[in-house]
Design a protein around this ligand. Structure first.
Ligand code: ZN
Length: 167
């Protein structure tokens, strides 16, 4: 068995379980006071593979840099929205750009679309895909077959782009 222990920051608090978290490329372990350091080490060691993978992912994410100025980014979005609205005939009430943590874009039941500010670090075709994806939600509020067919109609290579977004 691999005995290497990954360095981590230990935080004690009044919780019931041990939580391992990756934040800004660091490993943070939150543990209840009743656990000894040896016990915590043991748990961290068992989770080593997951921790290493998460660290790699987190580093990759941190390395991403903005590819455009904010002005350029807004312009790319505005042009794509305009163009995709024309070809699809789908019209959102409002499109805004905001930093969100749980998705690349959202489409509300009020037909407002939000595009994630973090996409400033991604190539243009990725930004276009997210816009198309959210526009398609104006017609299908789900990820049904019909939804993906609609996306594919206007972006036949969407699967490749979708994959790139997950990295
Ligand atoms: Zn969706």
């Amino acid at each position: 068995m691999n005995q290497k222990i990954i360095p981590y920051n230990l935080m004690r608090s009044n919780i019931k379980k041990i939580y391992i978290q990756i934040k800004d490329g660091k490993v943070i372990v939150r543990a209840p006071r009743r656990f000894s350091e040896k016990q915590i080490d043991e748990i961290v060691r068992k989770k080593q593979n997951w921790i290493e993978k998460s660290l790699q992912k987190s580093q990759k994410r941190q390395e991403r840099r903005a590819q455009y100025t904010q002005e350029e980014f807004i312009q790319i979005i505005e042009e794509d929205v305009k163009q995709l609205m024309q070809v699809t005939g789908l019209k959102p009430k409002r499109v805004r750009i905001k930093e969100i943590t749980y998705a690349w874009g959202t489409c509300s039941s009020k037909q407002n679309i939000t595009i994630n500010q973090k996409l400033i670090c991604y190539p243009k075709e990725v930004i276009r895909y997210v816009i198309l994806h959210e526009l398609a939600h104006l017609k299908y509020m789900n990820h049904s077959k019909e939804f993906w067919n609609l996306v594919e109609t206007y972006m036949p290579e969407y699967k490749k782009i979708k994959k790139a977004l997950k990295e």
